[in-house]
Design a protein around this ligand. Sequence first.
Ligand SMILES: Cc1cc2nc3c(=O)[nH]c(=O)nc-3n(C[C@H](O)[C@H](O)[C@H](O)COP(=O)(O)OP(=O)(O)OC[C@H]3O[C@@H](n4cnc5c(N)ncnc54)[C@H](O)[C@@H]3O)c2cc1C
Length: 321
Amino acid sequence: MSVLVYVESEEGKIKKSSREAVSFAKALADKFNDSVTAVALGTIDAAELSGLGKNGARKVLHDSESEFDKGRISPVASALAKASEQESASIVVLPKSSLSDAAAAKLSVKISAALGTNLVELPDTSDGFKIKRSIFTGKAFKFERLLADKKVLTLKKGAAEIMETGSEAQVESFTSGISDADKDIAILETEKAEGDILLPEAELVVSGGRGMKGPENWGMLEDLAKTLGAATGCSKPVSDMEWRPHHEHVGQTGVKVSPDLYIAVGISGAIQHLAGVNSSKNIVVINKDSEAPFFKAADYGIVGDAFEVIPKLTEAIKAAK
Ligand SMILES: Cc1cc2nc3c(=O)[nH]c(=O)nc-3n(C[C@H](O)[C@H](O)[C@H](O)COP(=O)(O)OP(=O)(O)OC[C@H]3O[C@@H](n4cnc5c(N)ncnc54)[C@H](O)[C@@H]3O)c2cc1C
């Protein structure tokens, strides 16, 4: 079974979630003694494209048409349909994102494939094609068998380890031929979040809640984040009260993060917040209330006043560097 994987980029760089998708696709292709072809669309650095070989892609099809930089859904679905036909691919893997989720749905209709979304592990192919999906924003799993010959799969962020062992991929130019019918939405304006480290892709996140008392106290968290090289996040009430910008709001109704380390300071751990962080590899909770629900989801916890703990933690990290 030939496996195709769509890779997303941001300012010319391949996203971490896409490298995870390529590694996942490689592990899946190995089950069928087949190889992985990645599809990259838009303006992307050449070294980034060939570097996908290290993550498991043998070949990369690249359409450099700048139209793809606009984030439209239909052109991506059409390009993937064309690539899957060209490569006779029976499985197409996409990383989880709002664009990929929508493109996967359109693609599955275009190529008459079964759609499996938000996979958390490799499918079990010992008896058909059984998948395990994360549902209800990470609170439950669902097992399904995909019966159609062709499959379109989206991968939950953080569900696959990034492989770094392969050699460079062979990059081929690809013409997907976007039609006017694909330009079904006119993009009026795109507002991008500012900041050196963008929250959805961050490896380390320092997040603050209402326990921080007010925006004037955020310098303390920014100092910790800067020391660690982390992005900053917050709970919903914090952004609702405009202590922090809305693009930092983490949770069910905000940004979903899957960093290696999530440090939650003065956040109670409501289910709506946990829904956005439950893919984090390590969770550290700092809260003065030992009964705060967040401690149940934590790998490490510090019961203490943030205003005493954070400066000491920052100093200790600086000293250890
Ligand atoms: C439909 C819906 C969607 C929602 N979506 C989201 C979402 O996406 N993201 C989200 O975050 N919330 C969301 N919420 C809100 C959510 O239910 C909680 O109200 C919110 O997460 C609580 O934020 P908080 O933990 O910052 O504040 P609080 O619940 O007020 O908790 C503050 C915490 O800080 C601790 N604290 C106080 N002082 C200190 C100190 N000095 N040092 C250390 N700790 C201290 C307290 O012990 C407490 O645990 C949603 C709610 C609804 C109904």
